[in-house]
Design a protein around this ligand. Structure first.
Ligand code: F0G
Length: 459
């Protein structure tokens, strides 16, 4: 980019939404009525909403134009054909099956290939992916490389699959019980870390050894491709579209949430080459999502996705996207705030265990930190630690392997001054970390408790 170092937002703003400034006292009161669970807040009471990057992106003028153009024909809509062409330009799978979001694609896929006795390996299953595998009675196994399990260990592709562990897993369970292998790009549950093409090729080789299909959980495929361009030897001069094509050529299918790297507010798809599986998937689609040319989507949603998919692989966009996440993360690291490193693509993950060593895991240091960020600065992040993963089906509770707070960055929504504000608030809270107290749960459901549990601060 010529001689200028400043990386600017590669867009200007023509439609704005107000955000509401609140006081610490107001937010304390909101916390009390929400049972200290940030999922229970009214979003109007949040200043910087970093709960998720899913469905929260800002659409472009061209996407809004597509919304107007959306054709709502039940079957064979022109919007469907534009969607299909856009998906095929990046992922030329024989069958593309639209769904209302990523987990619907997972539900259909694993209903067809899962079941008791089956085992599905992944670098790290996202929580809905794991839940959909387990719902069929199958087992979900996470096999990310060792480096990917330690927040402060540096590695350019911390999302990589441990290929030897994969081979051993397939042999231990027997290939006949492994319907497919999955790789999540980028690895959301492991810090938004990328997977290299070299690793994807090695995984492919293992799959070929046992005749197994390989699928991508491709939610953040464009961010992953950008990391490959930046970090993988030999790819600096290869275009992002070409890198995406190479990723697609190594696999037999994909699940996708268009709420991430299609910059749409809703949508997803399931794609594959296998005719027999596709037929069974389409039959399930018709049962729960809709006719195969719209899935669970309106024609206008298909248009927004078709356009968003073309914008997300633009290199100016990706440079800005990944740099702005790194800008937040690196400023925090420089200020001594422990974070998962290197900084991931869509989010910065604060290491609450390292920041709050005086709070034991079963007093939920991540929850305490997330609550403090909201109280002090109106910032909503998400605990990814013992609250989310600590409770087991038999009711026992053990510490999660990491205590993180994810600050996810919606696409094209916040400007640099918003991010500077987040840096200031996180630093302020981190400097006073020793004053934070743990929390206890006063009410919780039997499963997925992080969404609805109620907490109280420990005195
Ligand atoms: N796979 C990954 C890697 C995800 O991050 C998500 C969603 C899904 C699948 C499911 O997609 O939400 O469209 O049903 N992740 C969001 C998040 C919810 O906040 O990380 P979905």
């Amino acid at each position: 980019m010529e001689r200028w170092k400043t990386i600017i937002e590669p867009f200007r703003i023509k439609s704005v939404e107000p955000v509401r400034l609140t006081t610490v006292a107001e937010r304390q009161q909101k916390l009390e009525s929400a049972g200290y669970n940030l999922f229970n807040l009214h979003a109007d009471d949040v200043l910087m909403d970093l709960l998720t990057d899913s469905g929260t992106g800002a659409m472009s003028a061209a996407q809004w134009a597509g919304i107007q153009r959306g054709d709502e024909s039940y079957a064979g809509s022109p919007s469907w054909y534009r969607f299909l062409e856009s998906v095929h330009s990046l992922f030329p799978f024989k069958h593309v099956i639209p769904t209302h979001q990523g987990r619907a694609a997972e539900k259909i896929l694993f209903s067809v290939v899962g079941g008791p006795g089956k085992v599905v390996p992944n670098n790290t299953h996202f929580d809905t992916t794991r839940a959909n595998v387990e719902f069929t009675g199958a087992e979900a196994v996470d096999l990310v490389i060792e480096e990917g399990q330690h927040p402060s260990v540096l590695h350019p592709f911390k999302g990589n699959m441990d290929v030897e562990a994969l081979d051993a897993c397939i042999r231990a369970h027997e290939p006949a019980n492994v319907p497919l292998v999955m790789v999540t790009v980028t690895n959301n549950s492991g810090g938004g870390q990328p997977v290299s093409l070299e690793n994807l090729r090695a995984v492919r080789e293992v799959c070929d050894r046992y005749g197994l299909p390989l699928f991508l959980d491709a939610c953040r495929f464009a961010e992953n491709a950008w990391f490959i361009k930046q970090r993988e030897p030999g790819y600096a001069n290869v275009g992002v579209r070409e890198i995406v094509s190479q990723m697609a050529a190594l696999v037999d299918g994909m699940t996708m949430s268009a709420k991430k790297d299609a910059i749409a507010n809703i949508g997803g798809w399931l794609a594959m080459n296998d005719d027999a599986w596709a037929e069974r998937c389409r039959n399930l689609l018709i049962l729960t999502e809709g006719f195969p040319t719209y899935g669970g989507l309106a024609g206008r949603d298909l248009e927004a996705i078709a356009q968003g998919l073309q914008e997300v692989v633009e290199e100016d966009y990706l440079r800005y996207r990944i740099s702005s996440t790194a800008y937040l993360g690196e400023a925090l690291v420089e200020a001594g705030v422990p974070c998962v490193q290197p900084i991931g693509g869509h989010a910065v993950y604060l290491d609450a265990a390292a920041l709050l060593p005086h709070i034991p895991p079963l007093a939920y240091p991540g929850q305490s930190l997330a609550v403090a960020l909201y109280r002090e600065g109106g910032i909503r992040g998400c605990e990814i630690g013992t609250v989310m993963f600590g409770i087991h089906p038999d009711g026992t509770e053990t510490p999660a392997s990491m205590e993180l707070v994810r600050l996810a960055i919606p696409r094209r929504v916040y400007t640099q001054s918003h991010v500077d504000y987040v840096i200031e608030v996180v630093r302020w809270v981190a400097e006073r970390a020793s004053e934070l107290r743990g929390m206890r749960i006063v009410e919780q459901p039997p499963a997925l408790r992080h969404f609805t549990a109620r907490f109280e601060p420990l005195s």
